[in-house]
Design a protein around this ligand. Structure first.
Ligand code: 13P
Length: 366
């Protein structure tokens, strides 16, 4: 089947915007309920709807996000006022994405490793989502890390599935986001994470080539290269950026549509500043930006606690996270500060020295 390259490039260009990122709001019901459980929020369909409404109706999200990835339940849900979430996003000029994999299953019986489900009936499901105005899709594979994992088989089979998925999505006229997540769980070093990420990306792009996927109409959603969550040392932002930039430059072909990052369980501040440092090492042949779920949503969820009276505060924290990350993807944050842009602070410093010079001259003259 033919691929409409022009159409795919147009969607990709709109999605990978220079000042924006992508919100991942596509947690499965199980994942969403798990997060709610940490706050004793009952994991009901109505609570998931209320929470997603809180995020999506936040005023001005369209200033910072070009797209939102939804879950099957969410793409069919609506606001309390009766507007479908997908219509709301369309009205705000935000592209609608949809998670189309069906989660993970053991790679083999009793295996700790996984492969992604959902390839069999993918084409017919895509057709339904297209009718609902989705323009891009996501498929996640997960790779455990240890001294011996991931196995060759896990890499091989998951990359093959990612590539088959991407090809079918492009034939349907939508942009595939391929997400090979190198998991944070474990005590592995950042160097081990780098080796694994490289291996996975190398295999992934080989598989994409084999299945004749059009790279200009594809988005890579990747992990940053970070040490495991139980590692003795948390790597500095500079080291994360250095390793991530090296791996990406070596393994992601220049004509790929764009690169976005998942946050994978990093805390929101760590992910934010890692993104800033990665952006600061650019320019790259492709745009890099965020597509976080937890690192964008965690402060809002902390504040919401399932209570309507907390919606305003939660939305304030949510829009602040979006704004900060939109600055970080342009390398405009300073360590520990938040808002101050490199250019702005350089200007302030310059003004300070001019003033000092002026005072010295004045003292000499007088
Ligand atoms: P995290 O940023 O929390 O890793 O989530 C990414 C994602 O795609 C969730 O569906």
């Amino acid at each position: 089947m033919q691929i409409d390259k022009h159409k795919l490039t147009t969607i990709t260009t709109q999605l990978i915007h220079r000042h924006k990122g992508i919100l991942a709001a596509d947690e499965s019901n199980t994942s969403c309920n798990k997060r709610f459980a940490e706050y004793n929020i009952p994991g009901t369909e109505e609570n998931r709807r209320r929470y997603r409404e809180l995020l999506l109706v936040t005023p001005h999200i369209e200033k910072y996000v070009s797209g939102v990835i939804l879950y099957d339940e969410t793409i069919r849900q609506m606001t309390l006022d009766g507007e479908l979430f997908r219509d709301l996003l369309k009205r705000k000029g935000v592209l609608i994405g949809i998670k189309v994999d069906l989660g993970l299953e053991p790679l083999e019986p009793n295996s700790l490793e996984t492969k992604t489900k959902g390839i069999e009936d993918l084409r017919s499901r895509l057709f339904d989502y297209k009718q609902m105005n989705a323009t891009f899709t996501k498929w996640r594979a997960a790779f455990s890390v240890s001294d011996t994992l991931p196995s060759e088989k896990a890499i091989e089979e998951n990359c093959e599935l990612l590539a088959r998925y991407a090809r079918v999505v492009q034939e349907t006229g939508m942009v595939p986001m391929v997400e090979p997540e190198v998991l944070l769980d474990g005590n592995h070093t950042i160097e081990r994470a780098k080796i694994v990420t490289e291996k996975v990306l190398e295999k992934l792009f080989q598989a994409l080539e084999k299945h004749e996927v059009y790279l200009g109409g594809l988005i890579l959603k990747t992990s940053m290269v970070v040490a495991g969550s139980e590692a003795e040392v948390e790597a500095s932002h500079e080291l994360v950026a250095k390793h991530t930039a090296e791996v990406l430059k070596k393994n992601v072909p220049p004509h790929t549509g764009g690169v976005v990052f998942l946050s994978g369980g990093q805390n929101p501040q760590y992910a934010l500043h890692n993104l800033n440092e990665i952006a600061a090492l650019g320019p790259y042949p492709w745009q890099v930006t965020f597509s976080f779920s937890r690192a964008l949503q965690a402060p809002a969820l902390d504040a919401w606690l399932g209570e309507d009276s907390n919606v305003g505060k939660a939305q304030e924290l949510f829009i602040e996270r979006l704004e900060l990350n939109a600055l970080a993807r342009q390398a405009k944050l300073e360590h520990g500060k938040g808002y101050i842009s490199r250019h702005h602070s350089a200007g302030v410093r310059g003004l300070f020295w001019v003033l000092v010079l002026f005072i010295i001259i004045l003292l000499i003259v007088l």
